[in-house]
Every structure is written in structure tokens, then in C-alpha cells.
Design a protein around this ligand. Structure first.
Ligand code: BGC
Length: 753
């Protein structure tokens, strides 16, 4: 078994328990569960009530409990009294505990002689094996495994195998615990538990958002008689068995979840019935088959460096897990359904950092993300109205209805670029999937409505003959209220032009479309008087110097944790890529000299406090031939979730970072141009020194392609059924369906900016 497919926890440490919980999240799209230990930890109560305030999540501190349970069904939102709608943490169903000769398994307190837990990425399974020397002297081998079924997305299957070196009395407990909170808040309005038959528990919960949740657990073990114990918000099944020395004892636990917002209206009983006749092995085999197909569509192979290979696969695993197949009523929240830090809300991350991965590996998945925005036009219209505008204004932090939920005015009011990013995402889906009709369907109305919003949001300053976008926050959230942010203006120009093109189908008059076009033309991109340096916004150069040398004492921690926000806001320091993000998206519009100038100016001012920054920098660095720099950025991103000591995925997986890790490999080191950037599939590879080979599949405009890159050559196989045009080394070629072509790569990488 190769380590490039498994993330392994070799010993238990309370300090890293939360990070592993996030990292080991399992999910089927429909249902997600953090990787908590089946027996849980002592002194880690899950019903703590506390108040999160509208603080900046980037520098916010979370309550220091050792463990944080998390069970999430995308789209199940409730109302928080201060922080607006948030995704709900549902009852915890993983509890499965052995008590041997009166001693309860607790990894911190018991004598554990051997411990290994792993997330198998290819199998989407968490397995744990531990050898426990009980106080009674018995050595007990405990093996757990669990998966949230790819084939039956409402089901989580668990198994525990026990064997002891001598006879022992064992008690098994299997529970559902509904005494949980979401971000310290209790959203449950009603909880009802009951016994089901001899070996089941049913749990009904109604949450304040109005949805009803139904869970059912069934346990199975040979010869067990289960007793049922209920406390106000939890229910446990208990059985006593005798272990004979040397024999395995296996307990299975199956839990199914159904909610009132499910696409397919079935009760938990129906879901349970569907899997009743299937053995654990059969369920597992079906699950593996689904995951095998998923991996085939997207696996990125790297030779030469295990860590980046593992990080790529970990990223792909979470991207595959977090996407809800065929459900366009939800997108992917910023923590990839693995934590509550961002309240389960949807950001621009969706269009810019996630959609490309799905689009170029499994386009129907990108479609649901695009459709989500079209479906939430109603919410976007409401947002516009609330701000006093016509048209549609997409939320900086969206719930499943498209409502603005961000409790911080800086972002909610000013980070308006998301509305243009949505337009870019719709166009990207249409072009990448060769589905141009998409933009003349209901997406056209969405585009027109967003354009109408922009027309009212633009200002015309006295004495100027062009419109301006005033009072905006660009991607760099440390420059909160700025005028004519280059990124925002260019994206708005794109959105207005697109709306002008499809406007008439979307309900706009020809005059309106002309007005969109005129406004787009006039939006300025501020520049230095040398004409080469693009300013992030007007007056950027008049901000204070950031004084990193004096103020950023601990470079291992974010700048924002070490200075007050007031200083961030008045200084020339960037949280993340802004002008460089613009240049990454529109590479053809900026010369190498302009990109290099922007790199030299902005990169030293950038804190990379957001995990969305490194990927963009790596891709731009590759364009500039700064492959070593790009590599440094990749290394940074690789650790974001994998470095458990640094906190990693404690509060959820950084799913946009996962998306950029894929982008770094494909758009950066392989130098692929997106469908927004080129009509012809184009590669300009620059492998980092540590990689001897990079290989991946790409879905390109209804066709499929396999790409293999070494330092010397690039091999492209056309797996589609039409001739493929491809550009390598600046020359365009044609590859017939089913054929393979190899090109020798020439030239060396320049390292000087
Ligand atoms: C970043 C945003 C991002 C958000 C959610 C913030 O820290 O600055 O660009 O959308 O996190 O990932």
C-alpha cells in the first residue's frame, strides 16, 4: 500500500484531534461527518453554548475543546440570532464504544500499545487499529472502519472488530447523540428519540430553520440482546457479550439520514430498507466502485515528491466528497462541509477556486454549481433591493437561498466583486463544456439582472467622462473601501459585456444592452504614470508602508493576528492576490513586462494571510518562469490542511485551497489555458525540480484527454471521439480521436523576475 493514497495518524495526541477530525471528514455529497473517534474523548463536551461574534474569521479564536463533532447535510440551514443563517450541525451518530472488563475505551486514559488511524483517499474510508492493554491484563485488538457510502449517499456504515488474547466480558454501546450545538448555538426546536425494534434507534429533530431531520441507526452483532437507554437528547443501545480468547467479535452499525429538503422524498426507514439485504462487504464493494470511477476522472499523478502527491490526492478527495451530485440547490461551502467556521456559506470561492476543477474533470458537476447561482437569483434580487438597487446582487456569504448572510458590513457591503465573479463562472461553465446555449437560457436573465445592478452601482464623478466603481473591497480584504479596484472593474466590464451579448434573451431591451456595453467600455483600470504598473485601486500608492520588518514578528502566524485591523486598512499590505489574480484570469491582456512589474511590486506587500493567495501566485509565477517561487507557494498550500500541528483542518477543510492545489498543477506547472483564455487546448509545461512526471486527465469541450508531462516531453492522448486541436510550444496541432501524440519540450526556465 502506497503512502500516497493514505493520510496516517500514527499516535493519538489531544492537540491534533480537531485537525484530524476535519481532515478525516467522510462524505457522500449528501451527508458529511467529521472524523471523530467512535468512543469520543473525555472532557470534550459537545453542548457548550457560546456566542461567536461578527469577528474576522481569519484571526478569530475558537473555543479550545479537544474534539468537535460535525454532521452536515448541505442546505440544512438554521437561524442564528446574531450571525444570520448558518448550516446546522446535526446529531452525532458515530458513537460505538467497547467496555472491556469494566474499562471503557478512552485513548487518552487507557494503555494503548499500538495505534494507527488512516484515511484511505482512494477508498474514502477511515480505518483505525489499536492494541489496548486493559487494567485487567487482557490485550485487546480494536479495529474500526467506516465509510459514508458513495453508492447509497444517505448511509454511513461502521464496523468494529474486537479480539482479545484471553476471555473477557465486553459491553458494547452504540448511540445517537442529539445534544449538539452549531457554533455554540442550539438550533434544535424539538428532539424525539425512540427505540426501533430490537436493535435500532430513531431520532427526529426539528430545527429552527424549519427543516426536519430523521436518523435511524441499526446495530448488528451475533448473539447480542440490546438494551435501550434514553436521556433527554441521546439514546444508546447496549449489549453484553463474552469474548473468547483469540476469536474476532464484529459489531456493525448503520445509520441513515433523511431530511425534509431531500430531492427524493423517502423516509429513513425506506433508506434503511434499501440496504438491509446487503452485507457490509457488499456495501463496501459498491462504495469502492463509485469512488474508483470518481478517481478515474480526475486523479493527478506526480512522480518525484510524495508530499505534494499526497496533498494533491487529499485535495481531490475532499473536492470529490464535498460536491453534491445532481443537486443544484446547494454549492460547496468554504469549509467543504467539514466544519462550521464559515457557517456553511457559499463564497466567490465557488466560481474562481472550485468550479475549474469540476469543469475540467467532470463537467456536470460544474453545471450544478453554475445552476446554483441561477437558482438563487431570487435571493440576489432581494439583496439588491435591500441595498436600494434594481437587479441582482449576489451575496458575499450566501445561504442556500442566495441571501446575504455575512454579518460583517465591510465584506457584505463592499466586497461586491462576487456578483461579477458569478457572471464569469456562468460563462466559464458554458465555454468549458461547449454549452453555449447555457447562456441563452435562464442564465441570461441572471446576467441581465446583475448588469442592471451594476448600472446603478456605478458612479460618474464630476468632470469625468467615464463611470467609476467607488467604495469597493477587491479580493484583497485589507484594503476595505477603495475606488476603481482593477480586479473588480475588469470583472464588472466582463459581466456587462456578457450581459450585453445575451441581454435580449434575458429580457433586456436593445437600448439597455447598448448602455451595458458603453458602461463596460468606460470602466478604468488605474495605472502608474509609467503605464506599466497596474494599481490595485486609485491611490493605492498613497497608503502607509506596511512595516513588516518591525511589526510582523512571528512569520509563522498571520500578519492580521499581530496588528490591529486599523493598521491593515491604512497600509499597503495585501491579504491575498488582487492585481495578480486579475492577471491570472486574463493573461492575454497583460504583457510579460506588466505581469513582472506587478509581481515585483505586489508580492513583497502580500501577507498571504488567506489560503486563497498561494495558488494564484504559483500560477502567475509559472507564467513568469519563476518555477522555484511557484514551488514555494505549492509547498505552502500543501500544508494548509495536512499540517495538523499547525491546526490544519480543525475548523473545516480549506476547500478553495484544495481547488487551487489542483489549479497549481494543471494551470501552473502544466501551463494549461482555461477555455476562457483559449479556444484551443494549450499547454506550456514547466515542471518543478522535485517532479519528474505529472499526469492527469482533462475534460475539454465535450472531449476527454490524458496528459503526461516529463521534463523532456509532453504526451497527449485524445480519448474523445472528435479530432482535438491542441497547442504546445506555441504551435497548434490536430490529434485524431483515440490517438496519442508526443512532443519534445524545448527551452529552459528563466528564474529572474
Ligand atoms: C478570503 C476570501 C474567501 C473567504 C472564504 C477569506 O479569508 O479572504 O477571499 O472567499 O476567506 O474562503
Amino acid at each position: 500500500m502506497s503512502d500516497e493514497w493514505a493520510i496516517v495518524e500514527r499516535a493519538f495526541h489531544a492537540e491534533t484531534a480537531r485537525a484530524y477530525e476535519g481532515l478525516f471528514t467522510l462524505g457522500s455529497g449528501y451527508l458529511h461527518v467529521r472524523g471523530s473517534l467512535e468512543e469520543h474523548l473525555a472532557d470534550a463536551p459537545q453542548n457548550l453554548e457560546y456566542t461567536r461574534l461578527p469577528a474576522d474569521v481569519t484571526s478569530e479564536k475558537f473555543p479550545e475543546t479537544k474534539a468537535k463533532w460535525g454532521t452536515y447535510v448541505p442546505g440544512v440551514f438554521g437561524r442564528h440570532p446574531l450571525l444570520n443563517a448558518e448550516m446546522i450541525n446535526l446529531p452525532w451518530f458515530l458513537g460505538l464504544v467497547p467496555i472491556v472488563n469494566g474499562e471503557r475505551l478512552e485513548v487518552e486514559k487507557c494503555r494503548i500499545e499500538e495505534y494507527r488511524r488512516e484515511l484511505r483517499l482512494d477508498h474514502a474510508t477511515v480505518k483505525r487499529r489499536l492494541r489496548w492493554r486493559t487494567k485487567s491484563g487482557a490485550a485487546v485488538l480494536v479495529e474500526f472502519e467506516r465509510f459514508v457510502s458513495g453508492a447509497h449517499p444517505h448511509l454511513c456504515a461502521q464496523r468494529m472488530k474486537l479480539s482479545a488474547d484471553r476471555a473477557a466480558e465486553v459491553r458494547i454501546e452504540a448511540a445517537i447523540d442529539a445534544d449538539v450545538r452549531t457554533n455554540g448555538y442550539d438550533h434544535c426546536r424539538r428532539v424525539k428519540l425512540r427505540r426501533m425494534g430490537t436493535n435500532g434507534i430513531a431520532c427526529f429533530v426539528v430545527i429552527d430553520g424549519g427543516d426536519a431531520i430523521e436518523m435511524q441507526t441499526r446495530v448488528g452483532a451475533p448473539g447480542c440482546e440490546w438494551r435501550y437507554v434514553e436521556t433527554p437528547r441521546a439514546a444508546t443501545l447496549t449489549a453484553d457479550v463474552k469474548l473468547t480468547g483469540g476469536n474476532d467479535f464484529i459489531v456493525e452499525k448503520r445509520t441513515v439520514v433523511a431530511t425534509s429538503r431531500d430531492l427524493m422524498v423517502r423516509s429513513a426507514t425506506d433508506w434503511m430498507r434499501q440496504v438491509e439485504a446487503l452485507s457490509f462487504e457488499q456495501l463496501y464493494a459498491e462504495h469502492l466502485e463509485v469512488w474508483h470511477k470518481r478517481w478515474e476522472s480526475c486523479d493527478v499523478e506526480v512522480e518525484g515528491d510524495q508530499r505534494s502527491q499526497l496533498a494533491l490526492r487529499a485535495s481531490l478527495y475532499h473536492l470529490l466528497r464535498a460536491h453534491v451530485t445532481n443537486d443544484d440547490r446547494v454549492a460547496i461551502d468554504a469549509k467543504g462541509y467539514a466544519g462550521e467556521a464559515y457557517w456553511g456559506r457559499y463564497f466567490w470561492d465557488s466560481e474562481m477556486f472550485l468550479l475549474p476543477f469540476y469543469l475540467y474533470t467532470d463537467p456536470p458537476r460544474a453545471r450544478t454549481l453554475a445552476d446554483f447561482r441561477v437558482n438563487t437569483l431570487g435571493g440576489a434580487r432581494e439583496n439588491a433591493k435591500r441595498y436600494g438597487y434594481d437587479g441582482a446582487r449576489y451575496a458575499w456569504e450566501s445561504d442556500a437561498e442566495g441571501n446575504e448572510c455575512c454579518p460583517n458590513w465591510q465584506y457584505a457591503d463592499h466586497e461586491v466583486h462576487v456578483t461579477a465573479d458569478v457572471a464569469y463562472g456562468l460563462a466559464h461553465y458554458a465555454r468549458g463544456s461547449l454549452n453555449d446555449d447555457y447562456l441563452s437560457g435562464s442564465a441570461a436573465e441572471t446576467l441581465v439582472e446583475t448588469a442592471r445592478y451594476w448600472m446603478q452601482r456605478l458612479d460618474r464623478r464630476p468632470g469625468e467622462d467615464h463611470p467609476s466603481l467607488l467604495g469597493v473591497m477587491g479580493p484583497d480584504e485589507y484594503t476595505p473601501i477603495s475606488n476603481n479596484n482593477a480586479y473588480t472593474n475588469r470583472l464588472v466590464k466582463f459581466a456587462l459585456q456578457l450581459a450585453a451579448t445575451v441581454g435580449e434573451v434575458g429580457g433586456a431591451s436593445p437600448e439597455e444592452c447598448q448602455a451595458f456595453e458603453r458602461a463596460a467600455e468606460g470602466l478604468p483600470i488605474p495605472r502608474h504614470e509609467d503605464g506599466v504598473l497596474v494599481w490595485q485601486c486609485e491611490g493605492f500608492d498613497t497608503l502607509a508602508e506596511p512595516r513588516f520588518e518591525q511589526l510582523w514578528h512571528n512569520r509563522g502566524r498571520r500578519f492580521a493576528e499581530q496588528v490591529p485591523r486599523e493598521r491593515l486598512y491604512r497600509s499597503k499590505c495585501l491579504k491575498q492576490a488582487d492585481v495578480l489574480m486579475l492577471m491570472m484570469l486574463f493573461p492575454g491582456e497583460f504583457s510579460d513586462a506588466e505581469v513582472r512589474r506587478a509581481w515585483n511590486y505586489y508580492e513583497p506587500l502580500t501577507t498571504h494571510d488567506s489560503s486563497l493567495s498561494a495558488g494564484v501566485h504559483a500560477i502567475v509565477a509559472c507564467r513568469l518562469g519563476l518555477v522555484e517561487k511557484a514551488w514555494e507557494f505549492l509547498e505552502r498550500s500543501v500544508g494548509v490542511d495536512l499540517d495538523v500541528e499547525a491546526g490544519g483542518a480543525s475548523e473545516g477543510v480549506h476547500i478553495a485551497n484544495a481547488g487551487t492545489i489542483w489549479q497549481m498543477a494543471v494551470f501552473g506547472f502544466a501551463g494549461m489555458r482555461t477555455a476562457m483564455q483559449s479556444d484551443v487546448l494549450t499547454f506550456e509545461p514547466r515542471l518543478p525540480a522535485a517532479w519528474s512526471r505529472l499526469a492527469f486527465p482533462i475534460a475539454w469541450k465535450k472531449g476527454r484527454v490524458s496528459v503526461g508531462i516529463t521534463r523532456e516531453q509532453i504526451t497527449v492522448t485524445n480519448r474523445g471521439d472528435a479530432t482535438l486541436r491542441i497547442c504546445v510550444g506555441g504551435e497548434t496541432h490536430a490529434i485524431k480521436a483515440g490517438q496519442r501524440q508526443v512532443w519534445t519540450l524545448l527551452g529552459s526556465d528563466s528564474q529572474t523576475p
